[in-house]
Design a binder for this molecule. Structure first.
Ligand code: ADP
Length: 366
């Protein structure tokens, strides 16, 4: 793993008046660039040549500087990393950045200063570690099955490394699991050793609240051991299975797919805001115990409201999520923290600005 000292030595040479907020042109980058501009930062986009004109076509969000790569893997080359450092770039790692560059590559080869705690990549990317994290936090979770033979109720089977829920399936018994697993295997969709995670399918309503934790602030909620925490928006993912009713009266197999295709804005019944913030505070506090300094900046909890059990957490995304793209000018919650339009992208830039002013930039980069 790249040592923190190596990253800090690059950061120490940065000209703080010329910092550029940088990321790959994808995922939530328009919002990140737009928000950074509003906070007075210059921006730098990394793009494949094909995407360049599209990203240049947005007058209020296009990056000030664009660097092209033929393949995203080229970002790891020494030349490219040095170039980013010369530009005083601070990378904002969104979902596609992590996906395209690779979590392991980032940990082992990427030494450009990056907003947030790199250790979250280890904890977020491994579902077993996530479970340990949830247990430490004491939040309600689905029942987990360590082996297909244990399946005794409707369950969801998640293929390890599956992208955006594609290829997940449901099974209510070991037999159903075996049959569906074999089917996928015979179609060549998974191999024999495919790593799967099996958990109870929780019936209920899904919520994907977006939080921001600032290590520069003081605890503002019960159960929060460090930083201040904000709820900056909520979305619900639009997954293929959500439209399964369109094939009725037949259930068409193509609809049984959890691939994310977009996001819808959501507000939660107001009394439940308390439950969302409570779970987020517990998750943030546990993160500091497990991988100091814990979560920094944006994260999202994926939750299901079960009519009897309340909110169950089935996943955490420890970075900016694409659902925040719904709110480039603020969400139904952001006005309760800020009197100006505050997107998640802008909130990240605001944090950088505050840290620069207070001489604490190093606290945001690990
Ligand atoms: P991600 O794509 O962020 O890794 P998951 O892979 O955990 O999220 O889940 C993908 C989708 O599968 C969720 O958005 C949700 O619709 C559904 N899902 C996941 N876990 C459960 C569960 N335990 N019960 C019901 N639905 C679930």
């Amino acid at each position: 793993m790249i040592s923190r000292e190596r990253i800090m030595s690059a950061l120490r040479n940065y000209s703080e008046s010329d910092i550029k907020v940088a990321t790959i042109c994808s995922h939530s980058s328009l919002q990140i660039f737009h928000g950074a501009r509003l906070e007075g930062f210059a921006t730098l986009g990394i793009t494949l040549p094909r995407n360049r004109p599209y990203y240049e076509s947005f007058p209020t969000a296009r990056p000030d500087i664009i660097l092209e790569v033929e393949r995203y893997g080229d970002i790891l080359s020494d030349d490219f990393q040095r170039r980013l450092i010369e530009e005083n770039a601070i990378i904002i790692p969104h979902g596609s950045f992590v996906e395209y560059v690779g979590a392991q590559n980032i940990l082992e080869k990427f030494y450009v200063p990056m907003f947030g705690n790199r250790l979250t990549l280890l904890w977020e990317g491994d579902r077993r570690k996530q479970r340990h994290w949830f247990q430490e936090a004491g939040v309600a979770v689905p029942k987990y099955f360590n082996d297909p033979s244990e399946i005794d109720r409707p369950s969801i089977v998640k293929l390890h490394g599956a992208k955006g829920g594609h290829g997940y399936f449901n099974a209510s018994s070991p037999e159903e699991f075996n049959r569906k697993f074999e089917e996928l295997r015979s179609k060549g969709l998974i191999d024999r050793e495919a790593d799967v995670v099996i958990e109870e399918f929780v019936p209920g309503v899904r919520y994907y609240p977006h939080f921001f934790i600032s290590p520069l602030g003081n605890p503002n909620l019960p159960n929060l051991t460090h930083g201040s925490l904000e709820l900056l928006g909520i979305d619900r993912r639009l997954e293929v299975i959500d439209e399964v009713y369109r094939g009725l009266p037949k259930i068409m197999e193509e609809y049984l797919d959890y691939t994310v295709t977009g996001n819808l804005p959501v507000v939660v019944r107001e009394k439940f805001v308390v439950d969302l913030l409570e779970a987020a505070a517990k998750i943030a506090s546990a993160s500091r115990k497990l991988f100091n300094p814990g979560l920094i900046g944006p994260f999202c909890l994926e939750m299901i409201y079960h009519p009897k059990r309340g909110f169950v957490v089935f996943e955490v995304s420890a970075r900016i999520v694409a659902g925040t793209n719904l709110y480039p000018l603020g969400s139904p919650y952001s006005p309760y923290y800020y009197s100006e339009p505050m997107s998640m992208g802008r909130r990240i830039a605001r944090e950088l600005k505050t840290a620069i002013r207070e001489n604490k930039l190093h606290e945001l980069i690990h």
